[in-house]
Design a protein around this ligand. Structure first.
Ligand code: ADP
Ligand code: MG
Length: 238
């Protein structure tokens, strides 16, 4: 079964067409990377899937269910942004539990999920700290933890590592890969970084100007770029 299906999706901002008639099928458990230069529509597409933007045309299915008109919270997705979007006044533990308490989960279940996320992401010692007392890498782990505790089918990442320095970026890249192996859930990951795309992806969708230029596995993209744009974008430094 397909985890996420995007059918004939278009999005206009006023008279400007930002996404044009996109069709993408993401397999269950797949790690799909949306790769392209700044302004090509990656975040817009991710926000459409998350339900944060209303699409102009087309349909979105998650786990076979048409969610085109569903609220973000009812789509079964968790999202991690580039800026950490943590609640500054709450401890890490509260940041992790807040959404679950709002959703009315029993306290014991909340504790269980937080313990699980803390173990997987190695943030146990940080639970009583506030975001201001964390490094950038630690904050991003907590942000991933917030998606993790929700126990969702699909994770959406929007350039989660681009605010970090090179060393942390490669560390967290390995960690995200490990997380994907462990959870085996579907991940859609936006980046403009070719190395990140080539190392993380099962398949890469290379975008330009709101269109998909090529959707293939990393080796095929690397060895058989379909056009000059894909070839030069993959070959250029990040
Ligand atoms: P990316 O994430 O690939 O850098 P975006 O999805 O953020 O690109 O943006 C795609 C295009 O849509 C850009 O040209 C951007 O200027 C435009 N855009 C994004 N958000 C809005 C908005 N709210 N209103 C008008 N234009 C927007
Ligand atoms: Mg973006």
């Amino acid at each position: 079964m397909h985890s996420v299906s995007i059918k004939d999706l278009s999005l206009n901002f006023g008279s400007i067409s930002v996404l044009q008639n996109l069709n993408i099928e993401v397999a269950d458990g797949e790690f799909l990377v949306l790769l392209g230069p700044s302004g090509c529509g990656k975040s817009t597409l991710l926000n459409c899937i998350a339900g944060l933007l209303e699409i102009s045309d087309g349909q979105i299915f998650i786990k076979g269910k048409n969610v085109t008109w569903e609220e973000p919270k009812d789509r079964g997705i968790g999202m991690v942004f580039q800026s950490y979007a943590l609640y500054p006044q709450m401890t890490v533990e509260k940041n992790l539990s807040f959404g679950l308490r709002v959703a009315g989960l029993p306290a014991a279940e909340i504790q269980k999920r937080i313990a699980h996320a803390a173990e997987i992401l190695q943030i146990g010692p940080l639970l009583r700290r506030k975001p201001a007392e964390l490094s950038g890498g630690q904050r991003q782990r907590v942000a991933i933890g917030r998606a993790l505790v929700r126990d969702v089918d699909v994770f959406l990442f929007d350039e989660p590592l681009s605010n970090l320095d090179a060393k942390l970026r490669s560390e967290l890249r390995v960690e995200i890969k490990r997380l994907h192996h462990k959870l085996a859930n579907t991940m859609i990951y936006v980046t403009h970084d070719q190395i990140e795309a080539l190392t993380l992806a099962d398949r890469i969708a290379v975008m330009k100007g709101g269109l998909i230029q090529q959707l293939d596995d990393p080796l095929t993209i690397y060895n058989k770029p379909r056009n000059l744009f894909v070839a030069s974008f993959i070959g250029s430094p990040a």
